[in-house]
Design a protein around this ligand. Structure first.
Ligand code: GLC
Length: 484
């Protein structure tokens, strides 16, 4: 565990070159945009290194990397690019029997032909589930912002939604509302023991179902159909059950842990509701005691029979605030936890992807000795600048929604955010907008980090937009309100 480091070492000082840095970031961003069929469609994952002239193998358009890109374009009113992106993804939605409804992880135009990767071209043949879950969210946000209702209600969009929903709304052996996925199914796309029901996937599923409901409601208003009404009520129910499930089994505070530790085990039959997953008190890790302190709370990484995963994952928790899965008091408990554990989560380069990292022995057995996910590196506790703006948007959205709630805490969160922003502004240009940073404080550029990584650049620009240009735009990712 890292020790406190001194204030002088934090790179949080204001910088008079703010405007120049933002202007350079904007230039980099424009260079990431590529075309399909002659018109702009989205961004490649990383740019060619300007000095070495080496081509990055991140030259494909990844769906997940384009989430912040599309949101940034929406803020700028560049709607045709976003619509084109959504259309190309829809065109690539799988039609083959075994994967029908799945959206690709990434695509690229080669010699005028679109080539998509659904996992079959990736290292280790991974299946990305998050890409498919993000598509309806982006589609809804586009329709809401641009007011392009005719796209939202069009037959191709509504058909795409139904194909996707077919992958979720069906009976299963478990009979629970969570989606079961293999290891590597989301941003963490190398082995990290995140199979089963990892938080990020389940929160995205919640956002996906919510967005599908908004889009189906639009269509229903235009053209009422009984079939659609049935789909709507099933989707609403699923979303409701999923939220209750996550709040019941994933949300922990100091109080809930004390209850967990004293629950009966080995129950069956009618009594098993006290400890559904037969969790033994010995699996509760000691680091939770200080991590949670008195008033902190967060959603744990995964729930599996006998083996909850208590690791903290930043993106899933930030999205749970933005999508309105967590209640307002829970969001503030999460903010308290972030503040309390700032040395771990922010340190020299905000923000860390997960905490704590798997240690050497766990790394060997649980990642299969994956060389990139070495303890404290990459997905295994590395620091990813692209993640900061999600938490930033969650803090700002909370402040707007509840301006009078715990003013002291929210003031501290705002200062934390400002300092993290300066920390990125001071370091990212020097570190060539690196993809990730390593080590307990995140002071070192990731050992195999790409440079000029698109979501590092655009994540910074989004944070700049929210802090300096229009904090009201934090509601961009707000899925609570329908209406279009
Ligand atoms: C890495 C990341 C993944 C990202 C991709 C492109 O594989 O783990 O999340 O989408 O790079 O940037």
């Amino acid at each position: 565990m890292p020790q406190q480091f001194s204030q002088e070492l934090r790179r949080v000082r204001p910088n008079s070159r703010e405007d120049a840095v933002v202007a350079v970031a904007r230039e980099h961003f424009e260079r990431t945009l590529v075309t399909v069929g002659g018109s702009p469609v989205g961004s490649v994952a990383a740019l060619v290194h300007p000095r070495l002239g080496e081509s990055a193998n991140y030259g494909e358009v990844f769906l997940r990397d384009n989430v912040p890109v599309m949101l940034y374009l929406l803020l700028q009113g560049r709607f045709p690019i976003v619509r084109h992106f959504l259309e190309v993804c829809l065109e690539l939605q799988s039609n083959t029997y075994q994967t029908r409804g799945v959206f690709p992880t990434s695509f690229v135009e080669e010699g005028g032909i679109l080539v998509a990767d659904y996992g079959q071209r990736s290292i280790g043949r991974i299946t990305s589930v998050d890409a498919s879950l993000w598509w309806p969210v982006l589609c809804w946000l586009y329709v809401k912002r641009s007011r392009d209702h005719s796209f939202g209600t069009s037959q191709v969009v509504q058909r795409g939604l139904q194909l996707l929903l077919d992958l979720v709304l069906h009976p299963s052996f478990e009979g629970t509302p969570v989606l079961f996925v293999p290891d590597c199914a989301f941003m963490i796309d190398r082995p990290m023991d995140v199979w089963g029901a990892p938080l990020e996937i389940e929160v995205l599923l919640f956002g996906c179902l919510r967005s599908c409901c908004h889009l189906m409601e639009l269509a229903q208003r235009e053209n009422e159909s009984r079939l659609l009404e049935q789909r709507l009520s099933l989707t609403r129910q699923w979303q409701h059950d999923l939220r209750s499930y996550l709040l019941k089994h994933y949300w922990v505070t100091s109080k809930t842990v004390q209850v967990l530790r004293r629950r009966p085990t080995e129950q069956y039959g009618d009594h098993q509701h006290q400890n559904e997953f037969n969790v033994q008190p010995q699996v509760i890790p000691p680091w939770l005691q200080d991590w949670l302190e008195n008033r902190g709370g967060y959603l744990i990484g995964n729930m599996r029979t006998g083996r909850p995963d208590f690791r903290f994952f930043s993106l899933g928790n930030s999205l749970a605030c933005l999508f309105g899965l967590l209640t307002a008091p829970q969001q503030r408990a999460l903010f308290r936890l972030v503040l309390h554990n700032r040395e771990h989560l922010m340190a020299q380069m905000p923000m860390r992807i997960c905490h704590p990292p798997l240690d050497q022995e766990e790394w060997r057995s649980r990642t299969g000795s994956d060389p990139k996910n070495w303890p404290g590196s990459y997905h295994n506790g590395g620091h990813w600048p692209s993640l900061l703006w999600f938490l930033g948007a969650a803090i700002l959205l909370h402040q707007q929604r509840h301006p009078n709630a715990d003013v002291l805490l929210m003031g501290q969160m705002h200062s934390l955010l400002e300092e993290c922003y300066w920390s990125q502004l001071n370091q990212l240009p020097r570190q060539q907008w690196a993809e990730y940073f390593d080590g307990p404080t995140g002071a070192w550029v990731g050992q195999q980090s790409r440079t000029y990584q698109t979501w590092t650049v655009v994540g910074f620009l989004l944070l700049h937009h929210l802090l300096r240009l229009n904090p009201g735009d934090a509601s961009l990712l707000d899925l609570e309100h329908g209406g279009g």
